[in-house]
Structures are given as C-alpha cells and as structure tokens.
Design a protein around this ligand. Sequence first.
Ligand code: F6P
Length: 319
Amino acid sequence: IKHIGLFTSGGDAPGMNAALYAVVKAASAKGIKVSGIRKGFEGLIDNDFVELKTKQLQKTMHLGGTVLKTARSERFRTVEGREVALQNIHDNHIDGLIAIGGDGTFRGISLLSEISDIPCIGIPGTIDNDTVGTDFTLGFDSAVNTAMNCIDNIRDTAESHNRMFVIEVMGRDSGYIGVYSGLTSGADSILIPESPQDMTYLLDKIHGYESEDAFIVVLSEGNELSIDRVSQQIRQVNDAIDLRVCKLGHIQRGGNPTAADRILGIRLGVAAVNALIQGESNKMAGICNNQPVLTPFSEIAKQHAIDAEQQSLVDLFCR
Ligand code: F6P
C-alpha cells in the first residue's frame, strides 16, 4: 500500500477527527501517503480529494463532527455513480480505502468492491452503537454523556415542580443511547425498540401515581410508539400528571468527543491502517473485549442488539 484514500460518511460522530488523525499518523509512520476525500461518497464522485497533514489533524482531535465533512449519498447508490468514483480512485493513484461511518457506509464500499479489487477497511463511526463487530462505535460515548447531562438538567425542573418528563433520545432503530443515558441519569422508565413490553410496565407504574415526585421517562426514537403517542397514553391512564416532553435531537451528535471516543478513534485508525498493510479487505476494524478485531462487512448487516445483561439492568432499575 502506497496511497490511502480516507473519508467519513453518513452521520457525523464525535471521535471521527481522532480517527482521521490516527490513520494519517500511522500511515505516514510507514511511509504511506493519505489523501482525504471530502463529503464521503459524494467527494469520491466529484473528485474532491485533499492532502492530509498530521500536524493539522492533531489540532482537530478535540472537535466534534468531521473536518472532512460527510454526506449521505444518493448518487453512489447508482452504478454510474460508482463507476465515476472508481475512475477517480484510479486517477488519484489510490491503492487502499479507509471509510469511517455506519452500516450504510460499509454497504457502500461493499458495492464498490463488486466492481474493483481495491482493498477497503471500515471504521465504525456512529452515535447509535448499532454496529456488530465492535463493543462501541465512535461517538456513542460522547452522545451518551451529552444526553445524560441534558437529562440531569431536565431533572432539576422535574424535581422542583414534581413533573413527569418524556425525553426522546436518538439511536435510529437501536436502544443503546436510551439504555445508557437512561440508566446513568436514574430514569424511572426506559422505552426502547428492542423491548416493546416496557410501555405496559410504564403504564402500570403510573396508574394511580400521585404526582408528588419527579418522574423521568427516556424514550428511544426508534420505539414503536412516538413521543406523542407515549404522552397521550400516559395522559389517558393518569390525567393528573403534570407532563412535559422534550426531544434532545442533534444536540446529542455534536460537541467535543469524550476521552473514551478519542482513544477509540486512535485505536481504530491505527488498526485500520495495519489491516490494509496486512492485505486485509472488506472488513471493519472494531474493538471487542478490549482487543482490536476485524469483521467482514458481510457480517455487519445484523443489528448490534441490547444484550440480556443490559436488558436485566433496565428491568431492575426501570420497572
Ligand atoms: O445515525 C445517527 C443519527 O443521528 C440517528 O441517531 C438519527 O436517527 C439520524 O442520524 C438523524 O439523521 P439526520 O441527521 O439525517 O437527521
């Protein structure tokens, strides 16, 4: 490998800049050049390549988002789009790719590998923690800390007024952000897509509830019931409750990455470069049981589900 093409794709996530820095640092230590591709697959199609320097990236590690910019590309879904992208890869003399993103990103580079033998390695970057092949994705820890701090703030009002709050967190189809932010902020109820029966427990819990205390419900956005439906059902069961709702939204995706996400970015960036050097391709670099591991893209399609231990914690603390 002489020249790596590096890009971020899909939703931005805190820690992506640390991973970019680590890739360039590890590659240059082996005499490998790295070019950045701006806006993910869009930049591959538009030939938007930029030179990356370690010194510049070193100064961005503490920033959220991605300095390479990102996008969700419709054009790359087309054969024509992928052919243009491949031509640009050849024209820029790229002989290895590293892509940072979620499962959509890995599906994208798998499609590229159908028409090319250019080696590709993925790094899981998404706040949702919904990727198999790694215990944690880049950005998850930062998003959970942000959500937890927001819920702590809301608790001040909830406690002062003896109010109930339903707080919606992100996560797409995954309940990870809900479980981690809910447990760490002492939520009374956590509603996640993986566990539809939790609504029944919540309604049982608030039946006859006297509104003499705060009550925090953390709702994952992928839950089968929307925040409006959840509040409606709460009001139907107990109309004496002083209820407010709050969607945390994109606040959770931004902000400086935590130390855990910066270290994860550093480890995954180095692991991805090592994988390319060792001749690996079509695999994602992850950390499982505190060890770097590679998982084929073909196995990433499964959703990283909440495990039995995590569910038992939700049952113990929130039912
Ligand atoms: O995948 C990250 C994520 O923030 C999800 O949690 C959320 O569902 C989605 O992206 C929001 O996407 P967009 O930024 O396109 O609105």
